[in-house]
Design a protein around this ligand. Structure first.
Ligand code: SAM
Length: 317
């Protein structure tokens, strides 16, 4: 049976991303949604394998070569590396590249179980990094398995109400998280408040047409953030999502090692590909899954009409 929290969260994400004027959700609705969203990510934290990141990823052979030069063997860490490439991109394209973080304070808002930030802290070991997430179990898992004193720590909190002093952050990273915030403007204002002058916000997310229009309008209302780049990275994201589909993919070989029958494996693969950007990359479910869907035995996994996946950078002026 589908849990009520799942229904609440999916309905709210639809509202947030399809709302024409991009108006903030009413406070009571927003609070209900945040509570459902944090329950779902708590559940995901209790089911996720160690080392798992929660974004669609990107693939670009240049990124792989650049990461390999800094962290030899990074592709042998037990993941397919696509989600780590997305994290690398978040710092690579900052005005001063990865050096923007040397000896500096880095905050990730919406860090999930912290593996992406852990990866960044290996790329820039001199930085002081903090990860914040709404889901308490994700933060508990990150703290128990990854935290390392001032170098890497994790706190539970809300993107729309950051528990940090004014002007206390040099680089703020936000990856595939803001499309679920009921009030995007409040998050961007909080980011501007927490950043020091000259600091940077690296924002990566997937957008419906409506949400992109809303973001463009909201950004004109926050003069403290000067947007210096806005790149459409949809093709690189699709390249990563498509690399998870073939029989020899890392995702498939991981599932093949797990004890389950053939149908369960087919369904697990289908849900993983769908959740991690399948529709955006034109994924077609196999005939067996289509038939089970028609019979109502597989819940429909309607995806939102996502138009573009973007990386945007703003400097705090
Ligand atoms: C798709 S996951 C991405 C996680 C991570 N950035 C990654 O790329 O692997 C979205 C994350 O945003 C978090 N999130 C959602 N709403 C939030 C909010 N209002 N404040 C902080 N985190 C939030 C979720 O709990 C979840 O961990």
């Amino acid at each position: 049976m589908i849990q009520p929290d799942v229904v609440t969260a999916f309905t709210a994400v639809r509202d947030i991303n399809l709302d024409e004027p991009g108006t903030p959700q009413a406070e009571t609705k927003a609070a209900t949604f945040k509570s459902a969203s944090s329950s779902i990510y708590d559940l995901a934290a209790s089911m996720s394998a160690k080392g798992q990141l929660w974004n669609w990823g990107v693939h670009d052979s240049e990124f792989v070569a650049e990461i390999e030069a800094r962290l030899p063997g990074f592709t042998e860490y037990g993941t397919d590396g696509f989600s780590e490439q997305l994290y690398y991109l978040a710092l690579r394209d900052l005005p001063k590249g990865l050096e923007s973080c040397d000896g500096r304070t880095v905050l990730e808002v919406g860090c999930g179980m912290g593996e992406g930030l852990n990866f960044l802290s290996r790329l820039v070991p001199t930085a002081r990094m903090t990860g914040l997430d709404l889901a308490p179990k994700a933060i508990a898992s990150a703290t128990a398995t990854l935290s390392r004193g001032d170098t890497l720590r994790f706190v539970q909190g809300d993107a729309e109400e950051l528990p940090f002093e004014d002007s206390s952050v040099d680089v703020l990273v936000n990856i595939e998280s803001s499309h679920t915030y009921p009030n995007l403007g409040r998050f961007l204002r909080e980011a501007a408040r927490a950043l020091r002058r000259g600091g940077a916000l690296s924002h990566i997310d997937v957008f419906t047409r409506q949400r992109l229009e809303a973001m463009r309008r909201i950004t004109t209302e926050i003069p403290e953030l000067k947007w210096v780049s806005d790149h459409d990275i949809s093709d690189q994201v699709r390249a990563a999502v498509r690399r998870r589909m073939p029989p020899d993919s890392h995702l498939r070989s991981t599932l093949n090692k797990q004890r389950m029958n053939r149908l369960a494996r087919t369904l697990a693969l289908h849900s993983q590909i769908t959740v991690f950007g399948g529709t955006f990359a034109d994924y077609q479910p196999p005939a067996s899954v289509k038939m089970l869907s028609r019979l109502g035995l597989v819940p429909p996994m309607d995806s939102l009409p996502m138009e573009t996946y973007r990386h945007q950078i703003a400097v705090r002026v």
